[in-house]
Design a protein around this ligand. Structure first.
Ligand code: MG
Ligand code: MG
Length: 262
């Protein structure tokens, strides 16, 4: 059952989502070759707690960390570790916050150092596909409009759209109805109405769309070993233009300082 949010609830979801965005901007400022993914996790946890939030993923179904950090062929749900980030890596960082009983959820894939041009294109197309989906978040539309827009954009570049994992409704629960697939048919699925809040999160592979689960029981990897990208916003349906509750502005201005723009 879909739980529609009041305008007051949407504002609480915005606060949590913006703390996620601030946390990802902190990661953006710190990420560089030689840093361990575990130290990024610790930075993120400190940032969230200092601002009065709780890491939403820590303890969720037993997940042991604040961030999901998925490097290169890891798609999502990777564990922070002693792995030292290398020049040329792409690093997907997914973060969730619980504050005032409401969740926020957002993800960004960071290129580190000199990344192959085809992989940079994967990042830009995945981010674009998120915004193509968000353009279809209009009251009276259908969820399938969002899904199809994401799929069409990514596949038009020959990339693989992951199907096993999907976006989701979000509110007092991290994952609520409806599921938000990154593939589908225009005009299908639940109707979009004001007060629906969803996390839209395309996971797009450079190669084949197929994925597997690693032995840690969490990490999802591409089956062909090629890189994968992940971008996510928490978004509210509001009339004819989506209200994006999370923001990449601070992340992107941090990256711009490092000469990274895509
Ligand atoms: Mg997420
Ligand atoms: Mg999510």
């Amino acid at each position: 059952m879909i739980k529609y949010k009041t305008p007051e609830e949407v504002e609480l979801l915005r606060k949590s989502s913006l703390l996620v965005s601030k946390t990802l901007a902190t990661v953006a400022a710190a990420i560089k070759p030689g840093i361990t993914t575990l130290s990024l996790d610790q930075l993120a946890e400190t940032c969230i707690r200092d601002h009065g939030g709780k890491p939403a993923f820590k303890g969720y179904k037993g997940f042991p960390f604040t961030l999901c950090i998925s490097v290169n062929a890891h798609v999502v749900h990777g564990f922070p570790s002693q792995y030292e980030i290398r020049d040329g890596d792409i690093v997907s960082v997914d973060c969730g916050v619980l504050m005032n009983n409401y969740y926020g959820d957002s993800a960004f894939t960071f290129p580190v150092g000199l990344v192959q041009p085809e992989v940079m294109q994967l990042l830009s197309v995945t981010k674009q596909s998120l915004y193509k989906g968000i353009e279809k978040v209009v009251s009276g539309g259908r969820l399938g409009d969002v899904s199809e827009a994401i799929q069409n954009h990514a596949e038009s570049f020959g990339f693989g759209v992951v199907r096993e994992l999907v976006g989701h409704g979000i509110g007092k629960n991290l994952h609520e109805a409806p599921e938000v697939p990154n593939f589908g048919r225009k005009g299908s699925g639940p109707k979009l109405s004001d007060g629906l809040v969803i996390a839209i999160e395309p996971m797009i592979n450079l190669g084949r769309r197929n994925v597997k689960q690693e032995r840690d029981g969490w990490t999802i990897s591409t089956i062909d070993g090629k890189p994968s990208a992940h971008f996510e916003h928490t978004v509210a349906v509001k009339g004819d233009k989506a209200d994006i509750l999370s923001s990449f502005a601070e992340i992107e201005s941090e990256l711009l300082k490092q000469g990274i723009e895509f």
